[in-house]
Design a protein around this ligand. Sequence first.
Ligand SMILES: *Cc1c(COP(=O)(O)O)cnc(C)c1O
Length: 466
Amino acid sequence: MSTLDPADWAGLRALGHKMLDDMVDHLATLRDGPVWQPMPPAVRAGFNAPLPVQGMPLEALYERFRADIQPYVTGNTHPRFMGWVHGGGNAISMLAELLAGAMNANCGGRDHAGIAVERQVIAWSAKMFGMPAETSGVLLTGSSMANFVAVLCARTKTLGQVGRSNGVAGHKLTAYASAGVHRCVPGALDMAGLGSDALRRIPVDEDFRMDTRQLRAAIAADRGAGRTPFLIVGTAGTVDVGAFDELGTLADIAAEAGAWFHVDGAFGALAALSPTHKPALAGLERADSVAFDFHKWAQVTYDAGCVLVRDPDIELATFAQATSYLAAAPRGLAGGAPWPCDLGPDLSRGFRALKIWMTLCAYGTQALGAIVDETCALARRLAGLIQASPGLTLLAPVKLNIVCFGIAGFSDAQTAALVADLQEEGLFAPSTTIIGGRLAIRAAIVNHRTSAADIDALVAEIIRRI
Ligand SMILES: *Cc1c(COP(=O)(O)O)cnc(C)c1O
């Protein structure tokens, strides 16, 4: 019998200490390196290697990581990364991943601390958003999966168990969201077997919020055509410009229509931690379900998504399998049902809750809320600099932490080239989006490490190049 444990624990310990020292140095000196660098072809080719049959010395393996992997990551830990919506992570969460790795807990179920910690995280999340104490939920990879879980719960609400056994055949279930909806919502309808065409994309007003008059009209028209409006998805923080739908009005309309009210708050729901921005979320507390990520604005390391479901019975009715649920014992290791595997699609799953719990405990919601405020203030600073620069134009109102802008006289191709240059030179990593049919530069300030100097430098660098 050959165990995988080392013959020499002292050697492993020494290497482990070196890894930890190196990773702490890495976090402490992020700013000195490039935001991102493309992987050289020779390094990339190294990942086309044959399956290893013989092992290799750990020191050499670690050197390989240092040389070929660590330098070529996404870059979202860097203060000058402003693309898409990526969180910066934090040191406590990094350490928690090491601790969770040592425990190697399977958090699909059974009676152990991992499940208790996850329930605590779910209860705290419900509290953050003003949802009832009995709200249930489960941790997932991200909001894409959380939105998927919400769609399945909405299906259960409308079709009951028949929807699980027979599918949606014949029922013309129809969902509604704003034109700014994230692509994973039609994706969720697709995966649920409803088809992405089951989603009506309602136009937005000048503030990029769903036009609720047109929403009512679309629901009435679909009902008249024999369809069943079953789900309204409000977005709290659209991914293009950071707009918030009017959640209270959407809750009213969903109640009138007998539809499930879901909020995709992937990053924006965390604005609940900021007293300044919380009012924009009024109505979130009435949601039947909420999807959000701890790995974006809450700075937990990837991946850390979450879905909350107001009615625990519906979440159970959507996922519990009679075989596993009923097998749960009243006591012993098989006790403590319902388990996370009864509340979501995964059976075996890791201890994601630990890094979230440790991040919340270590910093507290006040500090995390302050990061929400500070990143929004940086976005306003950026918007101000753009408005003061004759060559630059703001292309959408800055309600939150996202700034979309254009360059006077630049074609879409020129804008795309400028952004790619900034990324490839390792200076800044903004991304792009389409606003009003035109390619815009998009900076989403999510990282707690980004400073006013970084914002000023971004504008100065762009002006230097135009
Ligand atoms: C990021 C995001 C998603 C997708 O979340 P993942 O964690 O990437 O799966 C969905 N909706 C919105 C509004 C987002 O910003």
